[in-house]
Design a protein. Structure first.
Length: 291
């Protein structure tokens, strides 16, 4: 039953008039009459006695009015509670680098705004994240990609995310003023798993120019990659956000290498039919406005 009918019933009961209730609610009197008739049909009882120009509640109407007041008050309370507290859970699928270096301050900012909110970060391969957003297991997904191809999802490009070649400060390439593709011919690489977008881009670029990709280590997360680069002779390619702290502290050296084919964008994906709660909408805005 539409809650509007109960609002109308309460107004008629308080004003003891169909006409005055219609004027207050901005309805035609015939609409008010039709709504009350539908309530009476649903409850199989008469709610009002009509006499003269006024109406009064029957005993059944008096009982329903008590329940109606409680029900509408509870509905208003529930709206206010969700508006101010934003409880519930948000599930975000993302990559290790974004979960570690991009999302933490945004998550903390949202939790200060919605104290009752739980936030789950799920990290996985890009293809699996896309699938879980499509299936509704995740509310949104955040990945690094240039041209997301799945038309079943809604994609928003948030910003470009620079990639950086890194080496230990003592690596021979760290002293170069500029590095060209040919300088990477004998490089030993420490790279993420083979499904990682930026590794795929790097290997494609090297192959196009006939440069072998000599893989020394394959590791599952950026922290492990950075530590191995700092401790060994290999170089790596990572999102700049993942290496910024170590570069500032002098623990890693950014290699002076740029190529137009090594660029990625931060992509936000949602299902077109996904209901966006107030808290989820605010989180999406935080992501889009992030520096």
């Amino acid at each position: 039953m539409d809650l509007t009918y109960f609002h109308t019933f309460r107004e008629v009961a308080h004003r003891k008039s169909f006409t005055r209730a219609a004027e207050e609610l901005g309805y035609a009197q015939s609409s008010v009459t039709a709504q009350i008739q539908k309530l009476e049909k649903a409850y199989d009882t008469q709610l009002f006695e009509r006499f003269g120009k006024g109406v009064r509640l029957t005993s059944s109407g008096e009982e329903l009015l008590k329940l109606t007041v409680q029900m509408l008050d509870l509905f208003d309370e529930s709206k206010e509670k969700l508006r101010t507290e934003g409880g519930g859970t948000i599930s975000v699928g993302t990559m290790d680098s974004l979960a570690a270096y991009f999302l933490p301050p945004l998550v903390q900012q949202l939790r200060k705004q919605y104290e009752g909110l739980s936030i789950r970060l799920w990290t996985d391969r890009e293809d699996l994240l896309v699938q879980r957003v499509k299936e509704g297991d995740l509310d949104i997904g955040l990945i690094l990609d240039n041209e997301p191809e799945d038309p079943a999802l809604h994609w928003q490009t948030v910003r470009e995310e620079p990639l950086v070649l890194i080496a230990g400060p003592g690596h021979p390439l760290a002293d170069r003023e500029i590095i060209r593709l040919q300088d990477l011919y004998d490089a030993e690489w420490i790279l993420p798993e083979e499904t990682c977008n930026y590794r795929v881009m790097l290997e494609k670029l090297l192959k196009q120019h006939g440069i072998p990709c000599r893989l020394g280590l394959e590791l599952g997360n950026p922290e492990a990659i950075k530590r191995c680069v700092m401790a060994g002779s290999g170089i790596s390619l990572l999102p700049r956000m993942a290496a910024d702290d170590e570069i500032r502290r002098g623990l890693l050296a950014p290699l002076p290498f740029n190529h137009p084919d090594l660029r990625l964008s931060l992509q936000l994906m949602t299902h077109p039919k996904k209901w966006i709660s107030r808290a989820l909408g605010d989180f999406i805005e935080l992501v889009k406005k992030s520096p």
